[in-house]
Ligand binder design. Structure first.
Ligand code: PLP
Length: 387
């Protein structure tokens, strides 16, 4: 079968040496990052402090726009931070939990760091309502919707679950939240770049994620979209001089906020990480999320079929419309299998209650799926012999 997206393979050096099925954790590095890093060093070395004015001060806004374009966010609505946990903290700092509307609703399949953050807000008055899910794969949407009530302030949920790749019904959740006056913080870390995201069509209030997985942008850059009408009025208390209307006046006293996106920033941005993020963003934009999604649905279906044939447990939805880019396979001794795969240059990871996570991306050749599954079989045979 011809696969147009394979034309990007040569952009990613690691694909020459490994079977790369780990874009749910760390996307492959585009070779353009070498030049981007050299450009960063040259700018610093030759332009010195002038680099701020000439390039660096506005870099976060520009990269924010590049990320925003992938999720249909209007220009200048995406702020940049170092990680998603910080993005959630910025959102939390826009609200107080003293009133009756102080409930935070999410499900237990949320990413743990996000849950640790919100749990810690109990000491500031937040009431956390965690909806328990049952099967370790899906979220019972109705139960989540029932928990969102007139006392709910925020609903911070994952768009695609990191453990099972189940796609939450973000539209229904946002609709219910808005009906009762609550706001939704959608974590699109595991969706943007592999599953279409349209923040305006979903009408979410906030969206956040990072670029290091499906966007091949490396660590250190996370994005925070704020719905533009909200963005003009919210006043984050976790703030800093980048959020000031006149930062170089170095005024004393309380902050006078600038407009979004810098209204939602704090201090100095992570310039090298922003430079490193750009080649990956450009490749994903050029490949297009729609073709990436089509290929991902086909390759994840193939992985499920290969696992089924061997009677390995699949902890991922079978319905392609409900499934993101990862297949979690809990074969016998999956932890040991994962360690062995890594030794053989087949890059995957293991997560408790999920199993081995395999994530083909636009640069994955169909044959690599067979290679990975054949290697698992071989490892399982060897593990039996060792025992
Ligand atoms: C859904 C989701 N949210 C958040 C994170 C990470 O959060 P942070 O950027 O704070 O490290 C991950 C994975 O690393 C994730 O899969």
């Amino acid at each position: 079968m011809s696969d147009d997206l394979l034309r990007y393979r040569s952009e990613f050096p690691i694909l020459e040496r490994t079977t790369y099925l780990i874009s749910n954790s760390l996307g492959a590095m585009p070779r353009g990052v070498y030049d981007a890093m050299k450009g960063y060093a040259d700018t610093w070395a030759s332009r010195g402090v002038r680099a701020w004015e000439e390039r660096w001060w506005m870099l976060a806004a520009e990269v924010g726009d590049e990320i925003g374009a992938l999720m249909n966010a209007p220009k200048r609505s995406v702020a940049i931070h170092q990680n998603v946990t910080t993005c959630q903290a910025i959102v939390a700092s826009c609200f107080d939990f003293a009133g009756r509307r102080n409930k935070i609703v999410y499900d237990d399949m949320n990413f743990p760091s996000v849950m640790y953050f919100w749990e810690a807000q109990r000491s500031r008055g937040a009431r956390v309502h965690m909806v328990r899910t049952g099967d370790g794969v899906t979220v019972p949407t109705e139960r989540l919707l029932d928990a969102i009530d007139e006392e709910t302030l925020l609903v911070p949920i994952s768009h695609v679950l990191f453990r099972s790749a189940y796609i939450n019904d973000a539209f229904a959740i946002t609709e219910k939240a808005h009906k009762v006056g609550a706001l939704v913080v959608l974590d699109t870390f595991q969706s943007l770049g592999t599953v279409p995201v349209d923040v305006q069509a979903l009408n979410v209030d906030f969206a956040c994620g990072g670029v290091l997985k499906w966007l091949c942008g490396g660590p250190g850059v996370a994005y925070l979209y704020v719905r533009p009408d909200l963005g003009r009025t919210l006043t984050p208390t976790f703030t800093g001089w980048f959020a000031h209307a006149d930062p170089f006046a170095f005024e004393t006293g309380p902050i006078r906020y600038t407009d979004p996106p810098y209204r939602f920033m704090t201090g100095t941005s992570n310039i090298p990480a922003l430079e490193a993020a750009r080649p990956g963003l450009q490749i994903v934009a050029s490949a297009g999320v729609a073709p990436i999604r089509g290929k991902s649905q086909r390759q994840t279906a193939r992985l499920i079929e290969l696992a089924d044939r061997r009677n390995w447990r699949v902890n991922t939805p079978r319905d392609p419309e409900k499934r993101g880019g990862t297949v979690s396979i809990d074969m016998p001794q999956s932890y040991d299998v994962c360690r062995e795969l890594l030794k053989r240059d087949i890059l995957v990871d293991y997560r408790p209650k999920a199993g081995v996570r395999m994530s083909p991306h636009f640069y994955t050749d169909d044959r690599e799926l067979d290679t990975a599954i054949a290697a698992v079989e071989e490892i399982l045979r060897e593990l039996v012999v060792v025992r």
